[in-house]
Design a binder for this molecule. Structure first.
Ligand code: AMP
Ligand code: ZN
Length: 144
């Protein structure tokens, strides 16, 4: 009886250790130490945060190309659409719903443009997937 209790206890401790180790390594996999957006997400570089969820961050573009220019960025480091997997499918849905949420606060027509550059030859300069949210209408809620 005493041996069984010890075996169960040791098993639980081992399972816990395995779980903690796995969650640490999966967090390492989704961060890239050399990526400017990963540094913004982890707070190492300051930015103007507009919205944040468990999976997504929305920031103001540092060099705006429109009256409203935000970047919708998943927290998981993925270089571009070419390197996505089936597992990332839901993330793209969340990014589009975030665009919908942002547009709901636009003044006027609430119309906007979404752009995603995928590859250096078409203008991608930060290799962490993102969507540019652009609009000529001002924001009622977010504009500072
Ligand atoms: P892309 O050229 O499509 O990869 O878009 C990258 C965007 O990130 C550009 O529009 C940059 O202005 C923007 N950007 C780069 N560094 C920062 C930063 N530290 N904070 C906010 N936006 C940034
Ligand atoms: Zn990154």
């Amino acid at each position: 009886m005493r041996n069984s209790v010890i075996i169960v206890f040791v098993s639980i401790v081992l399972a816990l250790a395995l779980y903690i180790n796995n969650s640490k390594s999966s967090k390492r996999e989704i961060m890239n130490q050399d990526c400017v957006f990963c540094k913004i997400i982890s707070g190492q570089i300051p930015s103007k945060i507009i919205e944040e969820t468990d999976d997504i961050i929305v920031i103001k573009d540092i060099q705006p190309k429109a009256l409203v220019h935000y970047l919708i960025i998943p927290k998981k480091h993925i270089a571009n659409i070419q390197s996505c997997t089936q597992q990332d499918q839901a993330l793209f849905g969340s990014m589009l719903l975030m665009a919908q949420k942002l547009s709901a606060s636009l003044a006027g027509s609430q119309e906007f443009k979404l752009i995603s550059n995928n590859g250096a030859s078409v203008g991608q300069s930060v290799f962490h997937i993102h969507m540019h949210f652009l609009s000529g209408s001002s924001f009622q809620k977010y504009e500072v």
